[in-house]
Write a protein that binds this ligand. Sequence first.
Ligand code: GLC
Length: 488
Amino acid sequence: MDRLNDKRIVAGVTVVAVMVGAAAMFFLNKRNRTSLTSRSTLQPAYEQAIAQIKQKFEVPTDYIQRIKEGMESEFKLGLSKPTGEKPSSIKMLPSFIDRIPTGHETGISYALDIGGSNLRTMKLELDGHGKVKTILIRKSSISHELQTGDADALFDFIAASIGDVVDETAESNNFGFTFSFPVDQTDVSSGKLIKWTKGFQTKNVEGQDVVELLNNALERSGIRAKVTVLINDTVGTLISSAYDPSDGETVAGVILGTGTNASYIESKANIEKLETGEKEGVMVINTEWGNFDSPAYSVLEPTEFDLTIDKNSPNFSCQHFEKMVSGMYLGEIVRLALVDFAEAGFFSHRNSSYILTPYRFGTEFMSEIERDDTMQLIHVDAFLKRIDINNTSYQERKLLKELCHAVALRSARLVSGAIAAIVDRMGKKDTKSVVAIDGALFEHYPGYAGHIEQGLKEIGYNNVVLKLIKEGSGYGAAIAANVMSSTE
Ligand code: GLC
């Protein structure tokens, strides 16, 4: 009897143990399942927040079309003689470059290239087969002090970098100067800075001839060099691409980097405001499209973040298109939106200096974030840790990734309207045309080029080839110096 009881007790304990074990496994599994799914399933509040982001930054096809039409009419107005009525927001600056290279040019040329905060001086050789060889290059960055200080300090610094590259006989050589700001030119080798863009504020340069400022600095330092051609970086990009015509005829040069702008080849006969009597042939026009829709917004649809950027910038009510498109501003748009999300309780890392400090969240961060295709966004997590943002939830990371995507997508789709406007202006909608593009946003942002192509297709532009041109702005200066100094 006792034995029987013992057996029953043992059996009972076993059953209970098995049941407890099974229950434990069940709950354990369930917990694991919920923790895995909860990390990759969005809570409804986050779903809603992401839907709002998409809507806020959306650029439907008809908006692309409106950008194209708006730009085209500003192009036309910008080329006409000033009437005293409302001027065009797009300056359409004649570059006085009226010879396009063939690729057969040869010889040594020098280039000085000032883009955003980077400066490059180069000694280059044109090989006569569409290729440029770098013989010497010096790179430096223009400090915040120089960007906000006085003209002489900035130009002395530039002159010193030239001194490192030119040789004794440089004075007689071709010397191209790429100055990536809006310049009013009356000939190919001089021009007055109209207004600083991209955060530059150096004093006593606006309204001055930048070539004269540079030549004075060269003289002060006893460096034997003289600028023979002054160009914009978009012009350099166009010229550099034209030098290698293997991909087809280049119609435009575009920069999508710290700033944005484009130049294209126009018939002189259409440049009504050009004072020289000559109406034969072509000339490259630097559009300065970054200023489109300024000072008042009428085509662009800014968000509250765009308005804040404009209000706090040193060039308020200028460069509205650039401020919604280019690399200098995209990260700041994301940062401002994140601050809002933090206030609304969707992002709990507002104390990070990268979120607190204006312009600290760079567009290159957005590229890193967008590149992560893992389910749990583990690379975003690792990246955020590197910039002192720890312990993010999946919900927060997903929100951030969608935000970056929406801001970059809007930029690319706005650009597609602008490129279509140029292609249309040149009457090239139905023929293959190469648009040469330089700049980190275009080169490195994941999916960016594809977004532009998609936008172009939606409005019926299927023949545009977007061609990445590296170092185009500097190379183009050297090529332009060679072409323009030739006596043929
Ligand atoms: C800014 C400048 C313009 C330049 C562009 C790209 O928009 O005003 O001249 O081409 O940035 O660097």
